[in-house]
Ligand binder design. Structure first.
Ligand code: AMP
Length: 295
C-alpha cells in the first residue's frame, strides 16, 4: 500500500491505472478508522481492481465551536488497518494541499443540505460536497462508497453526482454496529464509560419507531415521538432532532411508509450521535422499475 499526499500524485496514479484498464474504487473518510469504514473498503476491494482510501479531516465541513481540532486521529493505526484490508493507496493530503491560498469555489446543496443535520450545522454539507468533489477529481474512481449511517450525506452526494454529471457511481453501504446496536463512529471515542453504556438508547428508539410502523402505525409525528420518548428516559441525552422524511428526496412526510427515512441526532456528553432507519427496506413498495429500491 502506497501513501500519497499530493493531488498531483493521486491523479498520476489514477491515470496510470486507467491506462491499464483497471477499475478504481474510492472510500472517503476522516480517519480514526473502525470496522464501519472497513466494510466500505472490503466492498471496494471486492468490486474494483484498485482501492483508494482517503483520510482527510475536512476543515470546511466543521462549524465554529465544533470538534475540528479535537477530532480523533491515529494515522499509524489507520495505515496498518488499511494495509491489512488490501487498500492500494492511502490518500492523506494536508489541509493546505486541498485548500491552497486563494481557494474560493464551493459546491452548494441548498435544498437537501438545509434539512435534518443541515439545520443545526449550517454550511456542513457545502463543505462535504466540496471536499468529496475534489476527492473524486483526484482519484477519478468508477465507484465511491459511503455509509448509510450518514444517510443524508449519501443522498446529498448522490444528488450532486447526478446534477453535476459525474461519472462515478455512488454506492450506499449498510451501517455497521457494535453488538449492543450503537452505530460505529469515530466520535464514539468521546463517550465516557457511563455515556457509552446508555448510548444504544438511540438505536432502541429507532427500533421502537420501526415496531410502531410494523404494527400498522402511520403517523410521522407519532413515529418521531416514539424516538424522543425513548431518549427522554435518559437525562444525559439531549435530542437535536428526530424527523421522518422521504428517503428519495429528504422532504418531510406526514405519513410513514416503507420508503420513509427516520433520522435523528442527539447529544450525549461531548458527542453528537446520529443514526437512522429506513422502514422495511425489503418491503415490496420499495421496489421501483426493474425490482430496484425507489430511493
Ligand atoms: P467518516 O470518517 O465518519 O467521515 O466516515 C467516512 C465514511 O464511512 C462515510 O461514508 C460514513 O458514512 C462511513 N461510515 C462511518 N461509520 C460507519 C458505520 N458504522 N457503518 C458504515 N459506514 C460508516
Amino acid at each position: 500500500m502506497e501513501i500519497v499526499t499530493s493531488v498531483r500524485d493521486m491523479k498520476a496514479r489514477s491515470r496510470a491505472w486507467r491506462k491499464q484498464g483497471l477499475s478504481v474504487g474510492l472510500v472517503p473518510t476522516m480517519g480514526f478508522l473502525h470496522p464501519g469504514h472497513g466494510s466500505l473498503v472490503e466492498r471496494s476491494v471486492l468490486e474494483n481492481s484498485r482501492t483508494v482510501v482517503s483520510i482527510f479531516v475536512n476543515p470546511t465541513q466543521f462549524g465554529p465551536g465544533e470538534d475540528l481540532e479535537s477530532y480523533p486521529r491515529d494515522r499509524d493505526r489507520d495505515a496498518a488497518y488499511m494495509k491489512s484490508l488490501c487498500a492500494n493507496v492511502l490518500f492523506m493530503p494536508e489541509p493546505g494541499e486541498m485548500y491552497p491560498p486563494g481557494f474560493a469555489t464551493y459546491v452548494e446543496a441548498p435544498e437537501l443540505g438545509l434539512r435534518l443535520c443541515g439545520a443545526s450545522r449550517p454550511g456542513h454539507f457545502r463543505g462535504v460536497c466540496t471536499v468529496v468533489l475534489k476527492l473524486l477529481n483526484a482519484a477519478s474512481p468508477d465507484r465511491a462508497y459511503f455509509g448509510l449511517k450518514d444517510a443524508q450525506q449519501f443522498f446529498i452526494l448522490r444528488r450532486m453526482a447526478r446534477d453535476l454529471d459525474l461519472d462515478t457511481s455512488m454506492v450506499p453501504c449498510e451501517t455497521v454496529r457494535e453488538e449492543d446496536g450503537l452505530a460505529m463512529s469515530s466520535r464514539n471515542s468521546y463517550l465516557t464509560p457511563e455515556e457509552r453504556a446508555v448510548a444504544p438508547l438511540l438505536r432502541k428508539g429507532l427500533l421502537a419507531a420501526e415496531a410502531y410502523f410494523r404494527d400498522g402505525g402511520r403517523e410521522a409525528l407519532k413515529a418521531c415521538a416514539v424516538v424522543s420518548e425513548t431518549l427522554a428516559a435518559e437525562p444525559r441525552f439531549s435530542l437535536d432532532y428526530a424527523e421522518a422524511v422521504a428517503a428519495c428526496d429528504l422532504r418531510p412526510v406526514s405519513r410513514v411508509s416503507s420508503e420513509t427515512l427516520l433520522a435523528c441526532a442527539a447529544r450525549l456528553g461531548r458527542a453528537r450521535l446520529i443514526d437512522n432507519i429506513i422502514f422495511d427496506p425489503s418491503g415490496p413498495s420499495r421496489k421501483g422499475r426493474g425490482g430496484r429500491p425507489c430511493w
